[in-house]
Write a protein that binds this ligand. Structure first.
Ligand code: SAM
Length: 228
């Protein structure tokens, strides 16, 4: 049988870590080392040398390790991730999309959210097409957040990092709202701009750490009831 023809995609490459040895990396270690965590969700693990490494370092300070669920859509990055953490039992890696293709925004939604200072709209729409094509052409399993919640009977994750596709942050937050800690990368781009505004306006959440000028900005929120 002929293999299905696949376009070359930027998602076919392993890339350098993004959250690495900076204030966000330190915040991730701090949150992951808090007592009483059971399930941590990392959306956008890449090959595991950035935010995953910080989570693993923080969890390593705990007497009882929570489970770290790592989602990664790119096949080569997922393979490198699995290889790196194969001997760490609390790390579970998923080659899957956090949400379903139907949760991606339309071209019109991306266009109307575009602001001066963002990457050119033409570039953003190329990335949108690329993310959708990759999931379709590689038959990547979808709706991983829902599947993990169901498999582990999770009502609310303890910690969630939203750092996956540029276009799915809003859909992801809707599925994890209520988590004790919500960590957002890229709060000045489409990925997490609206999420940052939503959480900032919610008296049920408190901003623990943020720097809008570190790369595209990050923020760490905790539920207002957290005793920290
Ligand atoms: C900005 S990078 C993550 C960087 C990583 N957190 C670090 O610290 O190096 C975003 C990652 O999300 C992955 N991704 C894209 N769409 C996704 C989706 N729908 N579900 C899960 N991961 C996705 C990409 O393949 C990419 O590796």
């Amino acid at each position: 049988m002929l293999a299905r023809l696949r376009r070359r995609s930027e998602l076919d490459r392993v890339i350098a870590p993004e959250i690495k040895d900076d204030a966000f990396y330190e915040s991730i270690i701090r949150v992951a080392s808090m007592p009483g965590l059971s399930h941590i969700l990392e959306i956008g693990a890449s090959s595991g040398t950035g935010s995953t490494e910080a989570f693993v370092a923080g969890i390593g300070m705990q007497p009882e390790a929570p489970t770290l669920h790592c989602l990664e859509v790119s096949e080569p990055r997922y393979r490198a991730l699995v290889e790196r953490y194969r001997d760490i039992p609390f790390v579970r890696c998923y080659h899957a999309s956090s949400v379903a293709l139907s949760d991606f925004p339309s071209v019109d939604e991306v266009a109307s959210a575009w602001r001066a200072g963002d990457p050119p709209l033409r570039t953003q729409l190329r990335w949108l097409r690329q993310d959708i094509d990759y999931i379709t052409e590689h038959d990547v399993p979808q709706s991983a957040i829902d599947s993990i919640k169901e498999e582990f009977a999770i009502d609310s994750f303890d910690v969630v990092l939203i750092d996956g596709s540029e276009f799915t942050g809003t859909a992801e937050l809707a599925q994890v709202y209520g988590a004790r800690f919500l960590l957002l990368d890229d709060i000045r781009t489409f990925k997490n701009r609206a999420n940052y505004e939503r959480l900032s306006d919610d008296p049920g959440y408190r901003l623990m750490a943020s720097d809008p000028h570190l790369r595209h900005g990050f923020a760490v929120f905790c539920r207002a009831s957290e005793p920290i």
